[in-house]
Design a protein around this ligand. Structure first.
Ligand SMILES: [Zn+2]
Length: 299
């Protein structure tokens, strides 16, 4: 009797199991059939370390951009144009809520001073911005990878710093920006929006440059503080620290020190000055940030 009851219970359970399985399979098939056609997956690797623009720029909002996260595009300009995606960035307010120092290093990456600067930044726990040259990126892709992996921002500083070719027209300027974007894209799989005109825009850009660059989504930043490390005087580290101290002593427009330095060959004094520059700015109440599309303009 006991055994018969057991067999009955098992039989009922087996029937329920089969019915349950059939219902499950039916439900799954229905869900599969009604699931909408998947939209084309956008390229690029998402990460908490940076903001990666969507094709339609819908995630490029003020709240989505922070001082500690560089902003990149998953498409090159050519890819955007070919896909009919927007190129001009949405209008964004500037970040002026705190005293922020943006350390920027132009003309790299080389394989000596740039790694030495990265070592200092790592030791001090500071993120900076590197405006790189396309030619240097092709020579030292591993250093660019390190800049990227350590959370610094990468900006475009032209292919080879040749003023004649670069400033011949707005079209030739953009051509060089794209050439450098391609070099960067090959290494990190994304491209920057931020650029810096070699020598600065003053006396280099004619009025038509600004609108052209704006339509294509390039955001240019000059600087308002500098160490003069690229001048013929080659100031010593001590002098460079002194320059920064003096130039950040008073109130700066928009609470911002946008500091120009260099990280290529011959800039050993910059490497030596950097710890002192960082300590000096910290003592003045500055925090550090990377350049993004919400970074104020220096003037
Ligand atoms: Zn330069």
């Amino acid at each position: 009797m006991k055994r018969e009851g057991f067999t009955k219970v098992m039989g009922v359970l087996a029937v329920l199991f089969v019915l349950g399985g059939a219902a499950g399979a039916f439900w799954l098939a229905k869900v599969r059939a009604t699931k909408p056609v998947a939209v084309e997956q956008e390229p690029g690797v998402e990460s908490a370390a940076y903001t990666l623009a969507k094709g339609d720029y819908s995630n490029l909002t003020y709240d989505n951009i922070s001082l500690d996260r560089p902003v990149y595009d998953r498409y090159t300009l050519k890819q955007r144009l070919a896909k009919g995606l927007p190129t001009m960035l949405p209008a964004l307010p500037h970040y002026t809520a705190e005293k922020v120092a943006y350390l920027t290093f132009d003309d790299g990456p080389d394989d000596v001073n740039t790694p030495a600067i990265l070592d200092v930044l790592k030791a001090k726990g500071v993120h900076a911005t590197f405006y790189v040259l396309g030619g240097m990126v092709e020579k030292n892709p591993e250093v660019l990878k390190r800049i990227f992996a350590e959370g610094h921002a990468i900006g475009n500083h032209s292919y080879d710093h040749d003023y004649d070719r670069l400033y011949a027209s707005k079209e030739s300027f953009v051509e060089e920006m794209e050439q450098t974007d391609e070099a960067i894209f090959k290494v990190i799989g994304m491209r920057p929006f931020i650029i810096r005109a070699p020598g600065g825009t003053v006396g280099m850009f004619t009025a038509d440059f600004y609108e052209h660059l704006n339509l294509l989504g390039y955001v240019e930043h000059d600087w308002n503080v500098l160490t003069e490390d690229a001048t013929p005087e080659h100031p010593s580290a001590e002098r460079q620290i002194c320059y920064i101290d003096r130039r950040t002593a008073g109130h700066l427009k928009d609470n911002m020190a946008l500091i120009l330095m260099h990280c290529n060959g011959g800039k050993e004094e910059t490497v030596r000055a950097l710890p002192g520059i960082i300590d000096n700015l910290r003592a003045k109440g500055y925090r550090f940030g990377v350049v993004t599309p919400i970074t104020p303009q220096p003037w």
